[in-house]
Design a protein around this ligand. Structure first.
Ligand code: EPU
Length: 332
């Protein structure tokens, strides 16, 4: 068993049978060509920003720390940029902006690594990683065989991809290729963002102004991982049928919801706040006071504390609104 501290932004003390760090992508084929790796569970870790450890991990944790960003192809309008899985996502976003490579500005300040971005299809402020991912280079566990997944093959969905379903635990992402643009086309449709720009008197933001404003909006609502432990949004925003939405809207006129293809996406943060959970704690886990979608470590929190609070919230939301909350965070 390893006593190494396993990185996770919730700040939960965690252990595993085996913990391996990858510092170069070239190590992956031989490291993964080990058939015993598939006999026991294997967990691929980036920044550990979306994970909650609830028990000792009886298997191998592979932690990606490979670095590097490089321009692969430059065309008149767009560019292909390759980034190593172990790059810190926010450093990558800021680097792209500094180079005049655009398309990832709205995803600034999201905790985690480049390698986690396609797995989770991270998203914020009206944009998702899938909008800019060209392809993903990954290696099969047990054989080390390389495979390149095009954007379509990743089957991206809301906080979702093939790497969380059919290929769950079967591939390790080594690097990601992004299709970025030379022209800056700010996407400021997200209301909290357009409001913040308006309040700052900015009508036509520069790329840096846009990224800085997004980071400010983000950190005004979400806990900074270096200060308060959390896994970001703990729940997904649930989708309900139009009929279910109409019923709830009649009862709760100020409920926040957005129309989507198959009904309405409800703001889970609003539901949890409306149910009176915002700022409350159970044991050493609490509901963040500025954003009810986030569960936080009140000091010495364990995985069991997180699950107890999450379950109590889920049962309450089901009872009050008839809505089933799904966890966005990955429970280990
Ligand atoms: N709201 C409340 N009370 C709350 C929280 C939210 O009433 O406690 C309302 C807000 O007023 C707003 C609406 O709910 O009208 C949506 O809130 P917000 O803009 O904060 O976004 P969210 O839906 O709660 C999602 C993502 C975040 C992402 C933001 C911004 C999910 C699960 N979460 O949160 O992602 O940063 O939008 O785009 O989709 C993450 O995944 O870790 C994450 C932080």
């Amino acid at each position: 068993m390893t006593n190494t501290t396993i990185p996770n932004t919730f700040g939960i003390a965690a252990t595993a049978d085996c913990y391996q760090v990858v510092s170069r992508e070239e190590e992956l084929p031989s490291m993964l060509a080990n058939p015993t790796l598939v006999e026991k569970p294997c967990l691929i870790l980036g920044g550990g920003s979306n994970m909650v450890f609830t028990r000792h991990f009886s298997g191998t944790i592979i932690h990606l720390e490979n670095k590097g960003v490089r321009l692969m192809e430059a065309h008149d309008d767009d560019l292909l940029v390759e980034a190593a899985a172990g790059e810190v996502w926010d450093d990558f976003v800021r680097y792209c902006i500094s180079q005049g490579w655009y398309g990832v500005e709205n995803l600034v300040a999201i905790p985690g690594t480049v390698g986690a971005a396609p797995v989770q299809n991270v998203g914020a402020y009206g944009r998702e990683a899938k909008d800019v991912i060209h392809s993903v280079r990954a290696y099969e566990l047990g054989t080390g065989v390389k495979r390149v997944f095009g954007n379509d093959e990743c089957r991206f969905g809301y906080r979702d991809s093939i790497f969380k379903h059919e290929l769950k635990g079967r591939y390790v992402v080594g690097s990601v290729v992004f299709r970025l643009h030379r022209t800056f086309a700010p996407d400021i449709r997200y209301k909290a963002l357009s409001d913040a720009l308006l309040a700052a008197g900015i009508t036509s933001p520069t790329p840096t102004q846009l990224a800085d404003t997004i980071a400010e909006v983000r950190w005004s609502k979400l806990p900074r991982p270096e200060v308060t432990g959390s896994a970001g949004s703990f729940f997904k925003n649930p989708i309900v049928s139009a009929e279910h939405y109409e019923r709830l809207k009649a009862e709760y006129p100020d409920m926040v919801a957005y129309p989507v293809a198959d009904g309405y996406k409800l703001a889970a943060g609003w539901l949890i706040e409306c149910a009176g959970w915002k700022g409350r704690s159970m044991g050493r886990c609490g509901v963040y006071e500025k954003q009810a979608l986030v569960l936080v470590n009140r000091g010495g929190c364990t995985g069991a504390d997180v699950i107890a609070l999450a379950d109590a919230i889920t049962v309450d939301i089901q009872t009050r609104f008839g809505v089933t909350l799904e966890k966005e965070a990955i429970i280990i």
